[in-house]
Write a protein that binds this ligand. Structure first.
Ligand code: SF4
Length: 348
């Protein structure tokens, strides 16, 4: 590595190439691993050590043995990494990288929701705060939700939070009794069924693929519905050469890399834009990634008592998603039902 003389230069004075060089140098110096979600800018995905959706990144974050995890994603993802791997310093380029789903479910309202339905098991999408994870029984992701719900005995009623579209989708797939929190992903909610139908008429050979956070009307247009990773694998495996993609546009960078001979058309949202991007994810920039590594801040901090209460529901997800029926039985046996009144008064 050539000697770098720009350590203390203001980031604005650096070009992109210099910034990338500095990020790579800092990564070595601080013994860091960069994790990037598929919805990050292409350049951030390209310099990351590990790319993935929420499920893959959670799984991989637990295994990191470097000293520092630099998490290019949104806040709840970096927080999950800290919960799973507390001995590591976890940095997030911008603490304002939030998520409409996490914001839709504040802990005090979620606690009340649980208290109103004490006999229900709370299966909660990973897109939520550490407080809400701590108040949940089992966390899930869009990759793992269906597999987890199918391992829960049919007579146990379920509270599914916070994404009502994902909840309705898995309720339809599994036929489970589920009460849904009414949160939405403001990105996936915006896809227009009508514009997708028009696009499909222009490209009748194209397959429509969609993320289950989309509304039901959009999902009914889809030839395939799956998590971000499942959509990526699908376009690689299928013989089709053209796809209309109804999820955050960042994933198309990986699709194009993995299947360069194929064409990917962004499904249009109903706001007049040609594609749909998550403004929360895009709060992170290459410059902020560099600055957070240079200054080792902002750092994710989770109080230890909260971390421990949030940890078990996440571990249950990993155990239930990866394990067999026996593993699921063991996990369910340790969850008290009806939900204990004492837990309602937890000091969060
Ligand atoms: S795409 Fe939707 S679910 Fe994902 S971070 Fe953005 S707002 Fe949250």
């Amino acid at each position: 590595m050539p000697e770098i003389t720009i350590d203390m230069a203001p980031a604005a004075a650096m070009d992109e190439v210099s910034m990338v060089r500095e990020i790579l140098r800092l990564k070595e110096e601080m013994n860091a691993v960069i994790l990037a979600h598929y919805y990050q800018d292409s350049i951030i995905q390209d310099i990351a050590d590990i790319r993935g959706d929420s499920y893959e990144l959670s799984r991989r974050a637990r295994e990191v043995d470097a000293d520092v995890i630099v998490f290019a994603g949104v806040h709840f993802m970096a927080e999950t990494a800290k919960i799973l791997n507390p001995g590591k310093t976890v940095l997030l380029p911008d603490l304002n990288a939030g998520c409409s789903l996490a914001e839709s479910a504040p802990a005090h309202l979620f606690r009340r929701f649980r208290a109103m339905h004490p006999d229900h098991l709370a299966v909660t999408y990973i897109n939520c705060t550490a407080e809400v994870k701590a108040l949940s029984d089992i966390i899930c992701t869009s990759s793992s939700a269906e597999a987890i719900l199918e391992k829960i005995p049919a007579e146990i009623p379920i509270l599914f939070s916070p994404d009502k579209n994902l909840g309705a989708y898995v309720r339809g797939k599994t036929g489970r009794q589920m009460l849904l929190w009414q949160g939405v992903c403001t990105v996936h909610e915006q896809f227009s069924e009508e514009l997708i139908r028009e696009l499909r008429a222009q490209h009748p050979e194209a397959e429509v693929i969609a993320h289950p956070e989309c509304e039901g009307a959009v999902l009914r247009q889809a030839d395939f519905i799956g998590s971000t990773s499942a959509l990526l694998q699908y376009v690689v495996d299928r013989p089709a050469t053209r796809f209309i993609v109804a999820t955050e546009a960042g994933i198309m960078h990986q699709m194009q890399k993995r299947a360069p001979e194929k064409e990917f058309i962004a499904a249009p949202p109903n706001n007049g834009c040609a594609c749909n991007v998550c403004d929360y994810m895009k709060v992170n920039t290459l410059e902020k990634l560099y600055l957070c590594m240079r200054d080792r801040t902002p750092e994710i901090v989770v109080p230890e008592d909260m971390r421990l209460r949030a940890l078990r529901p996440i571990e249950r997800m990993l155990e239930m998603a990866q394990g067999d029926e026996e593993a699921a039985r063991r996990v369910l046996a340790e969850i008290p039902l009806p939900w204990k009144d004492a837990a309602i008064g937890m000091d969060l």
